[in-house]
Design a protein around this ligand. Sequence first.
Ligand code: BG6
Length: 487
Amino acid sequence: MSNPQDPALDIVIFGGAGDLSWRKLLPALYMAHAHGRLPAACRIIGIGRQAWSRDDYARFINESSPPHIEASALNPATWQAFLAHLDYVQLDATQAADYERLQATCTPGSVKVFYLATAPSLFTQICANLDAASLIDPQARVVLEKPLGHDLPSAQVINEAVARHFKEHQIYRIDHYLGKETVQNLMVLRFGNAIFEPLWRAPYIQSVQITVAETVGVGSRAGFYDQTGAMRDMVQNHLLQLLCIVAMEPPISLDPDDVRDEKLKVLRSLQRMTLADIRQNTVRGQYIAGAVQGESAPAYLAEDNVPADSGTETFVALRTQINNARWAGVPFFLRTGKRMQARRSQIVIDFAQPPFSIFADQQQIQHPNRLIITLQPEESIQLQMMAKQPGSGMNMKPVHLNLDLESALAGRRAEAYERLLVDVTKGRLTHFMRRDELEAAWKWADPILEGWKQLGDKPRPYTAGTWGPAASSALMAREGCTWFEES
Ligand code: BG6
């Protein structure tokens, strides 16, 4: 619950009228407000170039955000009370003089959170202008939205520029996958239970697969997406962060730097790919027309604002490995794509086969023990085990121990953005990326992006509504593995 003693809080959103703001940030802040997670003296100050008044901005949010809030949580009186917290400042981010208006609007002595939901090319100027207007004090925080750069040098430029004005502990690099309930729960599953950790390594784990599949296409974001592609949009950040949580050593505490030190070690241990590895262990794809869940879907090349000859990938599958004592030799398969058959984010851990089978007259055990951690659309953890089929004979069949987290653990499940925004207001950095983590992720991704260029790699077509190009299954099959939906 909010405490009347809490200091005043100003959340200043650059790009306040942008897509991310009305679709994600304002709905998340509303939920935090509705559940008493924001201080009473909290103001949300939208920043934009439109010549709007406070009322115009409130009207805009009132029209655009409610469809993105769960209907059962939208209470008219609470919503109106939330709108009363909104303010608006017209400002051209590149004009230092405009920041005086922001200075005059902020509550004296407030904790200020600057959320930069703009093109990263503006980050440098925004930070410099905030500083010049004396808006940055030791309590201030800045939230940086991805993409943070398009390669290592550009990420370093941004980090360097922001570091001139904010100390590292004031910088919140957001990766909203780290705010998802099941991702946080994975740390509890690993480190709050004794049964998995001794087996959580080679040779007891045979392979790990991480899938983030979406059914949506690029929608209205083609301008951004075509310059970005699935590798930069999803793999370099969301999938690598999931990999880090699966693979990291137990941190010595939950302190932000203890957790981030361990994630950094994983990123640094990821095998760098040579051109030969890239040819052998990566698959790029691009969707062609098809049908997704019964609805026809156009080809990527036919989407609005996509150049007819675009070579941007909308799908990536790859095999990597972590060169350390725990994971030596264990393949990690990562896969993400748009316009796939189902929306599913899942981590699947395949354990090794029993070293010796007494069930000699059976064909080889086909199904390894498998831990299936589903992040979305539902949250669940399943453990696949072999059991005897009833009746005569020792016939085996895989069955699932099923932990349906949504029904097992009652309670409201906050959306990732709500949880992370509340973390920012409370100064909790654990679930945000540190500078060295971000740079280590680019160090791994850059050679792959560069390699695709050198090899003249063209994305393989896959029909919208499928699980991607056939080469993605072949990548697994080479090591005797299969993607979850194929087994
Ligand atoms: C964003 C990507 O970071 O994550 C989008 O830019 C993607 O392209 C989105 O659609 C997926 O997030 P979620 O939470 O819907 O799985």
